[in-house]
Design a protein around this ligand. Sequence first.
Ligand SMILES: Nc1ncnc2c1ncn2[C@@H]1O[C@H](COP(=O)(O)OP(=O)(O)OP(=O)(O)O)[C@@H](O)[C@H]1O
Length: 701
Amino acid sequence: MAVGGSASRRAQEARRQERLLREQWQAARQQARRWEAADEGERRVAAQLLVLTARGWRLLVDRRWPGTRAANVDMLLVGPGGVFVLDVKNWRSAPEISQGRLRAGGEARDEHAAKLLAVTKAAESAVASLGMSPVAVQPLMVFAGHRVDAALGRIRLLGEHEVGPALLSERLRLPAASVRAIADLLERVFPEYEGSAVPQPQPQPQPQPLPPSPAQPQEDLSDGLFDLDGLREAALDETLRAPIEQWMTFLGPDQVALVRRNWAGPARISGPAGTGKTVVGLHRAAHLAQRTTGRLLYVTFANNLPRVQATFLKTMSPAVADRVDFRSLHSWAQEFLQDRGVPVRLHGDKAETAFSLAWKHVGRDSRLTEIDPAPGYWKEEIDHVIKGRGITSFEEYATVIRRRRRASLRRVHRQAVWALYEAYEALRAERGVHDFNDVLSLALAEARRRTGQHRYAAVIVDEVQDLTLVGVRLLHALVGDAPNGLLLVGDGQQAVYPGGFRLSEAGIDIRGDRGQVLRTNYRNSKEILDTALAVVAEDSFEDIDGLRTPGRREVDLTYHDGQVIRVARPTPAEHDQALLEALHGLPPAARADSAVLCPSMRAIGRYQRLLERAGISVCLLEHYDGRPVDAVKLGSYHRAKGLEFKRVYLPEYDATLTDSSRAPDTEASETGRERDELSRSRLFVAMTRARDVLWLGSVDR
Ligand SMILES: Nc1ncnc2c1ncn2[C@@H]1O[C@H](COP(=O)(O)OP(=O)(O)OP(=O)(O)O)[C@@H](O)[C@H]1O
């Protein structure tokens, strides 16, 4: 479309909105004047809000607060932007916020904020019965006669001129039917006082676009009491705002209950892929941020996921988004050490060199090669078993249960591993560098040294199965067993790293209702989920609570179409051509919601070149932050963890599966079986990222 065409259409829309708003504004002013129960300040606020009622909002004025004898609620407003609980103030002095306290005219006014928060809580409880998350209910204090735009915790403070435009600028959360259902419910829960009704205009049908008319002279609608300007600006942008995702406002009943629950100590949410664990974690973060004054830490193992999750929270609950730190565990730990003045020199490459030398000196001619000749297996043993569990003596290592490690090691083998470990540590220390595990161990020692001095009110850990035991101990040390302090979210079936641990080994005791399981998959279609589950059907797994669970799990599905497309070609070139054809066949907008996922860095490099040469824009997952970009996403199975896409393409998806992996009864070494199992888990994770289409490419050699 020509640029000139779209600019003229936009100007036409602007004129239409202007005309509509003027009519609505005239009507609102008349109605506000007729509202006799209110004083002048309230009438001016009402006029701003009554304009919204002509644009699909419902305004409930002067309602009784259930469960109290005399207390009232000034206004409840329900509209496309969510639910707002309003307290209108006609104070002579402007409000001031200082050190988290509300003041006016030199006096403390905290009780007004406390009352508004209590009413908001009552409104949250009411709408929870409709599946609405508490994060979509927002308290507002509106000041007649003042210009204000500030925040006091979760309460937004707005002046009479600011309130209308601010509400009109909210992202679209509720469709018209939900607005009606929620307003009807609130009308019942917060009954009307006698004679308090404000006459409400019926939403007017939106007029059809008119042909462009010559510019009309601007009628001055401002009569000293009322002011249209701010609303005009916000209304012009209204049509451009995209609605936010449904799950950012409405949850399943089991999810809402978890978001709002009070836990007396550490808690855990588990459940199969796609059951909304992260969604609950994000709503919980927003909910806790609304209820506390401290900061929250939301941690995952992966580097790119925190950026995506931060973007989601900002969209979902902008008022509290800056109170939650989204971090990957290692980057957070490094910063923590830096803040505490603990020297740390993380150098992955030099640490790798130290290991290679140690392998050369004491590994490759040792008894370890009887079990597995590849140094990688023994590097994992050091990383995930010895250092990952914080083991510092041979006596401890000699008897430790090596969770999720298949090869059984006799004492001589453990001695050989220990010799390798000691050589590695000596060579690493000689180079004066730390590895990733050292960073966590140092941070744990520091966190334990100064307990009670940590700045987090709560810590939420997502994809907890990816962490090591030391990592989990570290996060536990930040909040201890405080009520609502630690929440662990994850699924043992999606473990993509070797080794493992049990929560009891981290000193975390999850009792009774503090261990919760979600069971409804909201993401995948049946066909896609069945295909993914078939890969891990024979792999039972032990989760961090120590329970063994079969690979094929019972999951409830939400009705949802989707398909698996299998493409087999005789040569890699023909296979790649089929992938390109599939991507070229998508409308440009659909590419943005598609991902090509690969098992290795080499494959990523290869497919990046292939796609770019074919003129397909690519966004690497390591640069993706959850905001829409007009490009196909490309990344590893690991980096896709926790994410989802409408279409997922897995080129040569079966190349990492060995024969024993395809047919698990086939003969394979213990370490080979362990590797195969991990490959299947990773493939399972990649497949379950697909919502609507899963494309499986293979080469029939
Ligand atoms: N209540 C809900 N209503 C509608 N959609 C939902 C709801 N809860 C979750 N979803 C959808 O399901 C998807 C999966 O949710 P989420 O990523 O939280 O699952 P998960 O259990 O963390 O998945 P995984 O373990 O596979 O990473 C969400 O992105 C969202 O699209």
